[in-house]
Design a protein around this ligand. Structure first.
Ligand code: PLP
Length: 357
């Protein structure tokens, strides 16, 4: 069986090993995982509570329309249910957007480094990824707008950006949106939206309300702590979502995820604890990283990007692993998730040890 060339050229996503397996290999216990920007507090307790009564109905297919979740989101966001689309993680919505709007040979503009899934889905549909380097750790929106051609169909913007945690401001996004013609879908991926504290953060809902060709993506994987259930949502005008709805699987979102998401939306205590834990952890890590002598990118998300000299990232990654601290090496940088106070402390101690050696 021949795998088509455009599929062969996709760089596969390399998932981390399960923590249990790593511990077995390294002969350690009690390691901390600060590699995947998960919520260190765990899932929303309200979501956990909501899961149990529905388990007896697992013989049934889920509600393919996500009726109750769309209703709950519709009230919270002041949008109509037909302006919402729920996905098996926001990852799935990124993929559906590419499958719906990108024909073979057409172009999608994205930044580098940014979320790896954008380039994977574009290649999978035999589209052409136009890659624009970040400027000062965030999307170079002027350069991205200059890259628009008659073949451009999608522009991906992660705001905050993963892996750098930096945001594009309101002024930058306003100027950018003025340059984007109708018929080009701007996908604003706001997976870390709830963690943002900067008053300069762009309000993407404004462009949606203005009727622009925009798809805003959010997720229950981060602040709500439900990454394992796979559920995220998109906000866009119905003309965009009608197309995407035709492409998606009829039962793309499982029923426990739908129930948990509805409950998590109302779990204000878990939400605010998550924000506070992140803010406190951020302050602590800024201070300690600075003391050790690391340069870091100020973050608006739940992780910190630390640019390094060539070769340092894998050395640090391996040194930290031996101390039972799992982080993400990324070429000439490492990315660390902000954890619980004791996890952050473990990270700092392990970094100090690695720098001394
Ligand atoms: C920028 C960005 N978008 C989307 C996702 C995927 O989120 P989900 O778990 O909802 O698929 C992530 C996950 O790490 C991310 O960093």
């Amino acid at each position: 069986m021949n795998v088509p060339e455009h599929i062969k050229s996709i760089k596969p996503y390399i998932p981390g090993k399960p923590v249990e397996e790593l511990e077995r290999e390294l002969g350690i216990t009690g390691s901390v995982k600060l590699a995947s920007n998960e919520n260190p507090l765990g899932p929303s307790p309200q979501a956990l509570k909501a899961l149990r009564p529905g388990l007896k109905d697992l013989n049934r297919y889920p509600d393919g329309s996500c009726f109750y979740l769309k209703n709950a989101l519709s009230g919270k966001l002041r949008v109509s249910p037909d302006e919402l689309l729920v996905g098996n993680g926001s990852n799935e919505l990124i993929e559906i957007a590419a499958r719906t709007f990108l024909n073979p040979g057409e172009e999608a503009i994205m930044a580098h480094p940014s979320f790896v899934v954008y380039s994977m889905v574009v290649q999978a549909v035999n589209g052409k990824g136009i890659v624009v380097p970040l400027k000062e750790w965030r999307h170079d929106l002027d350069a991205m707008a200059s890259g628009i051609t008659a073949r451009t169909k999608i522009i991906f913007i992660a705001n905050p950006n993963n892996p750098t945690g930096a945001i594009n401001t309101k002024a930058e996004m306003d100027a950018f949106m003025k340059k984007v013609p109708e018929g080009v879908l701007v996908v604003v991926d706001e997976a870390y939206y709830e963690y943002v504290v900067s008053p300069d953060y762009a309000d993407s809902m404004k462009y949606f309300r203005d009727g622009r060709d925009i798809l805003i993506l959010r997720t229950f994987s981060k602040i709500y702590g439900l990454a394992g259930l796979r559920i995220g949502y998109g906000i866009a005008k119905p003309s965009i979502l009608t197309g995407m709805n035709r492409v998606r699987q009829p039962f793309n979102v499982n029923s426990p995820a739908q129930k948990a998401a509805v409950a998590a939306l109302n779990d204000e205590k878990h939400f605010s604890r998550s924000v506070t834990t992140n803010e406190e952890g951020k302050k602590y890590l800024y201070r300690e990283l600075g003391r050790i002598g690391f340069r870091y990118v100020p973050t608006e998300a739940n992780f910190i990007y630390i640019p390094l000299e060539n070769g340092e990232a894998s050395r640090l990654y391996n040194a930290l692993l031996k101390e039972g601290v799992i982080i993400r090496p990324m070429g000439r940088a490492i990315r660390v998730t902000i954890g619980l106070p004791e996890e952050n402390k473990r990270l700092v101690e392990a970094l100090k040890k690695a720098v001394r050696s």
